[in-house]
Design a protein around this ligand. Sequence first.
Ligand code: HEC
Length: 231
Amino acid sequence: MRIPFLLLLRNTRKTDRARGSDTPVFLKAMAPRGAAFALLGALALTGCRQDMHDQPRYRPFAATDFFGDRRASRPAIPGTVARGMLKTDTGYWTGKAAGKEVERYPLPLTREVLERGRDRFNIYCQPCHGAAGYGNGIIVTRGLKNPPSYHTDALREAPIGHFVDVMTNGSGSMLSYASRVPVRDRWAIAAYIRVLQQSQNVKAGDLSAEERQKVNAPEARAAEPKKEAAH
Ligand code: HEC
């Protein structure tokens, strides 16, 4: 098998030369080397036959005498961090830094963020907490415990990190949402909860004269949506 292959290489080169082929010079210069590689390759293929499925290997967690601790699977080097898992900013990742709830929203706060927050809130929180956050979601009518209203002084005054902490770690009978709601979305939801709180707690003094007039206009009163009853 090896000999004819070599002959073949030789023959082509001879005919090339005879024809005075117009192969570029650099390719011609490479030809002898190419032949040497081909020969090596042919030898490697035919010379030793160890298929990959026969190669020496360990099954995961198998024992071995090679390492002192007899573990074939080597433990990760201390301090190894899986890709994308470097979470040095605990405030961002958990809502709490050094045991204290984060006070400030850590990302740029835009309309998109609030809309994203509304979207995620309506999917993940509204079934229990209700669309406006009064704790009267559909789940309550099916017998689940009433979640607390967001419109209490305690939750109005809670730092924004509190909401991220609750979503990340759960609170009382409420489970963690960390596996379903990525951290960026948790912050967006927290920001949207602030919007809900604000929406139910506007003081007349916060309005401009023009806005107050609008609110007091008879047609605005007629169109006023009925407030969700707090449970
Ligand atoms: C399956 C129903 C359910 C869902 C879904 C749910 N919660 Fe709750 N939540 C509760 C209940 C029940 C409590 C009260 C837990 C307790 O005190 O034992 C609660 C409590 C809370 C509290 C108050 C914690 C405190 O004591 O300060 C916050 C804030 C909160 N939830 C936010 C959220 C957010 C944000 C989401 C969506 C990501 C969400 N919840 C989804 C049921 C739910």
